[in-house]
Design a protein. Structure first.
Length: 390
């Protein structure tokens, strides 16, 4: 399949930039202004201050959700004032609470491993934030962020159709590629979205930022969501329900403190003694069990995913081959993708698909996303529901 790069914003166009205060979004805004665009910057306000446990003085330093947001907004205001850029703060607290925080807790409590960044991109950065921009009556030609990705269109119709939707292509700097996090953003939203850093390596971004005297060039990169050590605070709204930790044969190895504290592939913090390393193999939410196994037992030959999104809502008519990723840090692996027929007692969101790996994959976690690529372009993705052992 061949794809055509979509043009970046031209001089004279109005561009809204999602500004976090970090080096990527800050440089993006300045490059567009230098190009002759009318730039308007907007920052999301997520932090509601309601998370318990902050009384002890602990903070969520440099995370995207936390009291550090106040300082970030001041940094953004200062940058925009220095460069004569219109600036707005858009309140998305309720949407973030409902769509990200509650989802995050519910998934863990259901024995699944959520991905809050994917959820945030779909419903907040490219959802509630856009609604807030419209409510401010801001008319714009493009919406840009500092994500490392690129917008393209297929040269011919997608999957044999006449549709040529906007699609997401991997960035030139593969070490910083963020397309996995963006796969659920709908094609109609992508029509106006552009990523000016798509063809710029991260090292060059820092060099260009320092060359322009941007303070963000010396700032630490933010963490995703909140640090793991603060998860207990997030889950303190309900008491954890302890249960058994077992092996694959059903032998009780110990006690867990609540399934929301565990995820597939985890090794540390299990509180179980063994002659050989053990990892979380699976989580049985129905019976409140955490199942451990050796490393080799974590391999899967295939998975079933549901709740799929397809570019332009164009679904393949039959079986396809693609390269897939089961987590951000995993290398793409070739796979065969086919429709899955639900067995008796199984239920899925929309049409489920079975994905058979050419090479077995380790620690495939239900709740995470499987994203499919063709020549570096996302052609679809869904939420992992179940796995098949090797």
């Amino acid at each position: 399949m061949k794809f055509i790069d979509q043009n970046l914003p031209e001089a004279g166009t109005t561009v809204v930039v999602g500004l976090s205060g970090g080096v990527d979004s800050t440089l993006t805004a300045l490059l567009l202004k230098e190009k002759g665009c009318r730039v308007i910057c907007v920052t999301m306000s997520l932090w509601d201050g309601k998370l318990p446990g902050l009384e002890d003085g602990k903070t969520f330093h440099d995370s995207c959700y936390g009291p550090g947001e106040i300082e970030d907004i001041e940094t953004c205001k200062k940058f925009c004032a220095e460069h004569d850029i219109e600036y707005h703060v858009i309140d998305v607290k309720k949407a973030y609470h409902d769509e990200v925080l509650e989802y995050f807790k519910a998934e863990y409590r259901a024995g699944r491993t959520p991905n809050p960044c994917i959820r945030c991109n779909r419903y907040i950065k490219f959802g509630a934030l856009h609604l807030g921009i419209r409510q401010l009556n801001i008319d714009y030609d493009y919406f840009c962020t500092g994500h490392y990705a690129k917008i393209v269109r297929p040269e011919n119709g997608l999957f044999g159709s006449d549709s040529k939707p906007c699609m997401i292509h991997t960035a030139m700097d593969q070490s910083k590629d963020q397309t996995y996090f963006l796969y659920r953003v709908p094609s109609d939203i992508l029509e106006k979205v552009r990523f000016p850093l798509a063809e710029i390596p991260k090292k060059e971004v820092f060099r260009m930022a320092r060359e322009r005297g941007l303070a963000a060039a010396d700032r630490e990169e933010s963490q995703d969501f909140i640090p793991e050590e603060y998860f207990d605070m997030l889950f303190s709204d309900k008491p954890s329900v302890p249960g058994d930790i077992i092996d694959l044969d059903g032998k009780v190895l110990g006690k867990h403190r609540g399934i929301e504290h565990y995820t597939v592939g985890q090794r540390r913090g299990l509180g179980v003694s063994s002659a050989h390393p053990l990892y979380v193999h699976s989580i049985d939410a129905k019976n409140n069990l955490v199942v451990l196994a050796s490393n080799d037992d974590l391999n899967s030959s295939a998975l079933v995913a549901d709740d799929f999104v397809w570019p332009g809502n164009v679904e393949p008519s039959g079986c396809i081959e693609a390269f897939v990723k089961i987590r951000l840090a995993s290398k793409p692996v070739k796979a065969f993708i086919e429709r899955y027929q639900a067995a008796e007692g199984e239920s899925f969101v929309g049409q489920p698909w079975k994905i058979v790996f050419e090479t077995p994959q380790r620690a495939v976690a239900p709740g995470q996303s499987v994203v499919m690529y063709d020549d570096g372009v996302i052609i679809g993705g869904g939420i992992i529901s179940k796995t098949f052992p090797v």
